[in-house]
Design a protein around this ligand. Structure first.
Ligand code: TPP
Ligand code: SF4
Ligand code: MG
Length: 307
């Protein structure tokens, strides 16, 4: 092929050709189809969580152009690259501070962090706890597959005791984080957990979290068949879904301190926390007003809204 012909082909946008409406994927408008096929393994739970998220957005009254998605790294970190929103694939553990920057620069945005357990609770753990403490008005959706998947299945702060990971060939002997308890203890106003099997409940919960004012946190227990399931001889993705079906118990309103997860034991799911309290910007505006009086111009409020 001549160089000019190659150049011509490369210039063409890499969009999937659709001959008729029937052939169009139902989520085509929401995904960057030019990046397909995605990298996720067959029966990985991340894709299911993304589908639920898109369905959740549709249930809200939020304008699509106001929703930004920020991810860190790992298999879950790829979400930001596939979803057709304003989105950012950031560095390891820095999705939350990046999201905080976006929110503070433009408080009108709905900023969503969609990332993995390793990314959010290990290197990113400090950002998670302090952003919940400050009640920044963002939503964090955490894919918990109990492992650092993309790098080969190392032990994570969420790996259940005795579970096998690449770096714990005899089983994990550390105490894992109970993520809902961590988020709630730090001050999150909305905390829920579902598995990738609970698609309708997860979708509704994501929609609630998106519309909640303040720091909302949803944990999504997801199958990682290629590493976690294989190392622990748990079978296929379908076997994991069956496990979730047989072993999940819905306990809405449960004390988050009582929902920790042991290896292959009962998984408590549900909406655990839903409370109201001033957000970071609410507190800032209220407090500074008391200090500076009329001289103070509230942050994130337009002149029109102030009148
Ligand atoms: C600073 C830095 N350290 C380490 C890595 C290597 N790394 C890439 S993905 C990953 C684990 C991600 O785990 P998790 O957030 O649980 O995502 P998963 O792959 O399980 O979805 C790590 C440690 C990196 N990208 N950057
Ligand atoms: S390695 Fe695990 S988490 Fe990553 S895409 Fe495959 S199944 Fe999903
Ligand atoms: Mg993980």
């Amino acid at each position: 092929m001549k160089a000019a012909e190659v150049e011509e082909i490369q210039k063409k946008p890499k969009t999937r050709k659709t001959k008729s409406v029937e052939e169009e994927h139902p989520l085509e408008k929401w995904l960057r189809m030019d990046r397909m096929p995605h990298i996720w393994c067959s029966t990985c739970g991340i894709g299911t969580a993304v589908t639920c998220f898109i369905e959740a957005i549709k249930k809200t009254t939020l304008a699509r152009e106001d929703i930004c998605v920020v991810s860190g790294i790992g298999c879950s970190g790829r979400i930001a690259g596939y979803i057709k929103q304003d989105s950012f694939h950031t560095t390891h553990g820095r999705a939350i501070p990046f999201a905080v920057g976006l929110k503070l620069a433009n408080p009108k945005l709905k900023v969503v962090v969609f990332s993995g357990d390793g990314d959010l609770s290990s290197i990113g753990g400090n950002h998670l706890i302090h952003t919940a403490r400050r009640n920044l008005d963002i939503t964090v959706l955490c894919i918990n597959n109990f492992i650092y998947a993309m790098t080969g299945g190392q032990v994570a702060p969420t790996t259940p005791p005795t579970a096998i990971a690449t770096t714990t060939p005899y089983g994990n002997y550390e105490h894992p984080f109970n993520l809902p308890a961590l988020a709630a203890a730090c001050g999150a106003v909305y905390v829920a957990r579902w598995t990738a099997l609970h698609v309708r409940r997860l979708t509704n919960s994501m929609a609630e979290a998106l519309q909640k004012k303040g720091f909302s946190f949803v944990e999504i227990i997801c199958p990682c068949t290629t590493l976690y399931a294989r190392k622990n001889k748990l079978g296929s993705g379908l076997d994991l879904m069956k496990f979730y079906h047989d072993n999940s118990v819905i306990v809405n309103g449960a004390d988050p301190r009582e929902v920790d997860i042991q290896f292959q034991s009962e998984i408590k799911v549900g909406k655990f926390i839903d409370v109201d309290k001033p957000t970071y910007l609410d507190s800032y505006n209220t407090y500074m007003k008391t200090k500076l009086g009329d001289k103070f111009k509230p942050y994130g409020v337009t002149d029109e809204e102030r009148q």
